[in-house]
Design a protein around this ligand. Structure first.
Ligand code: ARG
Length: 652
């Protein structure tokens, strides 16, 4: 049920022919924050004050006089400086809920017109261990795909794998020089990740050595700055500020040096690493050369690349499978490699790309630095691949929108990419970087394990499932109303709850913010967690089982819903806002709007269930009405979880 759209339409009719450009005011009709002021409110009269040259209260009254909502609402009220408060009629609520319950799609109408979206998400750089940072893109992208599809759009999901980057040069070099063949055949993923870490440490070490002297000198300079700030005359107004700034400078310099020293110590304390570092001077360049050879089609490197790629893909597929993630396409960067020269040529021909200092660049008015699409040595870049990808997607899918679910550090890349896209004539296509923040550890820094390695994803999923199991076990032994599950059912539930917890925690944070990864919090059955919602669904299902009603409601005649309590009314109103929520969620691709909604439905249900007896209702009619409301609630919650890629359980 699209209540907001319905009300906005009625207001549109009231304003038409009276107020110019009335459409702009319709977004000021919203659901009411405070239920005391009704269910919806329209704050239209105030901004019309200057347009119509009348006091807002008078305008509000005029709007009300023109407004035809008597089939939906009680008589609208004008309040305060000119708010219009709307309260839906109970009869309308029960009618609409009947429609929702008896409809396959919960009353959600198919989007008109349906659009075609290409959504680029997950897209990890493979051949490095997957880590928690990869979760966000995967989970957000999957939820958006599901929601867009549910409301009737066509969605093409594409996993733009980083399968052609410099990490391959690293493992190719490492493999050629220090693979342990027995370890490789026993567990190729682990051996490759060991090789990758060796290369990373040694490159880190060598570049740290190169920077060490300068970093030490910077400390001296920073200390001098502190001394000179402190020796400023006490009455100098700038003194305090300078001392602060110098202090900050010194701390930064110290942190920088500390980082460098740690990298050096890590290798010095390990004789094997040290030996590698000494035998393979300038390792970074050596690895880069392997990447270049790969890109030039060297047969041996191509063979190794293919072998490593298959291994990595198998590894990430295991994660996708656990998370229930599927893509329509997995067209990685390597797929576009043969098209890159043509992209550069085309941009040159239309005069967008010009040579600058040997490199091919696209200059954009909005940016100081150009977008480089081919380096002096002939190598193509990440941007070149993304330009080729756009071309390909346009040709193959004729999309209305291209969404990129990628972390916020790539904002500038996408701003430039879209600017070039628009110059190439993509004005009518929505180009959107659905960006997201960082997953943080307890220390407020990007999430890492104690050893400092970014934590492996599979391990993290196992951990979440294990903690979920502990929570389920505890609740089974401590609750009097526990369903009495056996070990295998508890394991099954823990699996659903654990995976759901990781997804929900991610989706429930505004995607643009960073959030702290806290496994213990995520699996709790209280608060804004998936476990709370899953628990509520299981509770409702148990009530319905005990109620012994046939829930195959498919026609309205079988249902007679009534409202006998404010908590009951509040719950129904919530249930009817599902469609509005999905629309709101898609306005700026914010899954947390859906999680917030599900949480509030679950809370509204808890409060209803607290105050309104269901199985022991006053009358048979009330009992079946309330059972139907329970049923509707379970369906909305379950459907909502499903759109987030999260399952529900029958008992918990
Ligand atoms: N592989 C990239 C990374 O891990 C993300 C790719 C995003 N998609 C794109 N079309 N650029 O940073």
């Amino acid at each position: 049920m699209h209540i907001l759209a319905l009300l906005r339409n009625r207001f549109a009719t009231a304003l038409q022919g009276w107020v110019d450009d009335y459409e702009q005011y319709l977004s000021l009709i919203t659901s009411a924050r405070d239920p005391q002021h009704g269910d919806y409110q329209a704050n239209i009269a105030m901004p019309l004050k200057n347009v119509l040259g009348k006091p807002p209260r008078e305008i509000a009254q005029q709007i009300v006089d023109r407004l035809e909502v008597s089939d939906i609402c009680a008589e609208p009220e004008v309040a305060g400086p000119g708010f219009i408060n709307l309260k839906l009629k109970d009869e309308f609520l029960t009618q609409q809920l009947t429609k929702v319950i008896t409809d396959e799609r919960l009353g959600v109408q198919a989007a008109e017109p349906a659009r075609t979206y290409v959504i680029d998400y997950s897209s990890p750089n493979v051949a490095k261990p997957m880590h928690v940072g990869h979760i966000r893109s995967t989970v957000i992208g999957d939820a958006l795909t599901r929601i867009l599809r549910f409301v009737g759009h066509k969605v093409i999901s594409d996993n733009h794998l980083g399968d052609w980057g410099t990490q391959f040069g690293m493992i190719i070099y490492g493999y050629k020089n220090f693979v342990d063949p027995a370890a490789f055949s026993a567990s190729p993923v682990e051996e490759l990740s060991r090789i990758y870490r060796i290369i990373q440490s040694v490159i880190g070490y060598q570049s740290a050595i190169a920077k060490q002297a300068a970093a030490e000198a910077a400390i001296q300079t920073a200390e001098d700055a502190v001394v000179s700030a402190e020796s400023m005359p006490a009455d100098d107004k700038k003194r305090k500020k300078q001392i602060k700034a110098a202090g900050r400078g010194l701390r930064n310099a110290q942190e920088n040096l500390q980082g460098i020293e740690e990298k050096i110590a890590a290798v010095r304390s390990d004789p094997k690493l040290l030996e590698i570092a000494e035998q393979h001077a300038d390792l970074q360049t050596r690895c880069q050369l392997e990447t270049v050879k790969l890109h030039e089609g060297d047969e041996q490197n191509l063979g190794l690349w293919k072998q490593f790629l298959d291994i990595s893909i198998e590894e990430i597929n295991a994660v996708y499978q656990r998370l229930g993630i599927e893509f329509d396409f997995t067209l990685g960067e390597s797929f576009y490699h043969p098209m890159l020269a043509a992209v550069v040529k085309k941009l040159r021909q239309v005069g967008l790309a010009v040579e600058n200092d040997g490199a091919m660049c696209v200059f954009l008015e909005e940016f100081d630095a150009p977008m480089i699409i081919q380096k002096r040595d002939g190598a193509f870049l990440y941007s070149t691949t993304d330009l080729a990808t756009i071309d390909y997607r346009l040709q193959e899918f004729s999309p209305d929108a291209l969404l990129y679910v990628v972390d916020h550090r790539q904002s500038e890349h996408f701003e430039k990419l879209f600017a070039v896209g628009r110059k190439m004539g993509l004005e009518d296509i929505e180009l959107k970087h659905v960006s997201f923040g960082t997953v943080l550890g307890k220390d407020g820094k990007p999430f890492k394990t104690r050893s400092g390695a970014v934590i492996g994803l599979e391990h993290l999923l196992d951990e979440a499932v294990e903690r979920a199991y502990q929570v389920v076990l505890k609740s089974q032994t401590s609750r009097t109303d526990a369903p009495g599950m056996d070990e295998s059912e508890m394991r099954q539930v823990a699996d659903v709850v654990g995976h759901g917890a990781i997804k929900y925690a991610d989706l429930s944070h505004n995607r643009t913010s960073d959030y702290e990864f806290d496994l213990n919090k995520m699996v709790q059955t209280e608060g804004n967690t998936s476990a709370y919602i899953q628990y509520m669904v299981a509770r409702i299902k148990s009530i319905i089982r005990k109620g012994e009603v046939d829930t195959s409601f498919r026609n309205a005649a079988e249902l007679s819903i009534s409202i006998g309590h404010p908590a009951e009314r509040a719950l129904i109103l919530h249930l009817l806002q599902f469609e509005d929520t999905l629309e709101h969620c898609l306005e700026d691709y914010m899954p947390n709007i859906l999680t917030g909604y599900l949480y509030s439905v679950a809370k509204a249900f808890a409060s209803f269930f607290d105050q309104c007896p269901v199985l022991k209702a006053d009358s048979q009619e009330q009992r079946s009405s309330r059972l139907a409301i329970c049923f509707g609630t379970a369906r909305v919650l379950e459907q909502g979880l499903n759109l987030l890629g999260i399952d529900a359980v029958e008992r918990m």
